[in-house]
Design a protein around this ligand. Structure first.
Ligand SMILES: CC(C)(COP(=O)(O)OP(=O)(O)OC[C@H]1O[C@@H](n2cnc3c(N)ncnc32)[C@H](O)[C@@H]1OP(=O)(O)O)[C@@H](O)C(=O)NCCC(=O)NCCS
Length: 196
């Protein structure tokens, strides 16, 4: 029997969900398989853990499948060694119509020495998908504390910058594509083609 489609807005609890309700914390022990020749963890491995942690927070809020639309700039602050524990904490900062911004803070350290350092932070945008695999509406986020409201305002400003940058990149790709030398017979006469 086919399950009736329930859109996220039909689910009672998420409409009242705060960022804390969908927050995710993950711990990963760094093994030799995660490391490069220097014995420090691959950047791509950290990115994968960030993506997973953030996706879980997004889906916990949206109550539907979410895909990563973008990840903002990521700076690796300290090297992370084999044997360290990587702690990741993800929280939904902002909800648009079908998209969500999730912030992830990564800390790492030696569990025996008890050390712990800020290793990276990232902001990711996810888009919620319905059963038709098309973007679907996300339940609103209830902002209970002044800190949550501030995070949401900052996330909204980042969203505006992100979308403007994405539009500028698309325009640049388009103009680059238009300047690409076209193969013979595609409207560029031989006299107009570059000589060398
Ligand atoms: C993300 C994706 C679903 C967006 O599809 P789309 O047809 O462009 O959707 P829309 O134009 O309706 O935009 C949907 C939302 O995504 C946001 N969005 C789209 N592209 C974005 C980007 N590059 N960065 C941030 N947000 C983006 C829009 O602002 C909109 O948000 P809103 O509804 O909250 O206002 C589509 O590009 C996709 O499927 N990408 C591949 C995702 C994937 O496979 N990820 C795994 C890693 S490879």
């Amino acid at each position: 029997m086919t399950e009736p489609h329930t859109s996220p807005s039909d689910v009672s609890t998420p409409a009242h969900a705060t960022p804390r309700d969908s927050a995710i914390e993950m711990n990963q022990l760094v093994l030799p398989t995660h490391a490069n020749a220097l014995g420090t963890v691959f950047g791509g491995q950290i990115m994968a853990w960030i993506d997973i942690c953030a996706a879980l927070a997004a889906m916990r809020h949206a109550r539907t499948q979410c895909v990563t639309a973008s990840m903002d700039a990521l700076d690796f602050i300290v090297p992370i060694q084999v044997g360290d524990v990587v702690n990741l904490r993800a929280m939904v900062n902002y909800v648009g119509r079908t998209s969500l911004e999730v912030g992830v803070r990564v800390e790492a350290g030696d569990p025996i020495a008890g050390s712990r350092h800020h290793a990276a932070s990232a902001y990711l945008t996810f888009v919620a998908l319905g059963p038709d695999k098309r973007p679907t509406a996300v339940p609103p986020l209830r902002l209970g504390t002044p800190e949550e409201r501030l995070r949401s305002e900052e996330a909204h400003a980042r969203r505006e910058q992100r979308l403007a940058l994405a539009a500028a990149r698309r325009a640049l790709h388009l103009s680059h594509h238009l300047r690409e030398p076209q193969p013979a017979g595609h409207g560029v006469s031989s006299s107009a083609a570059p000589k060398d």
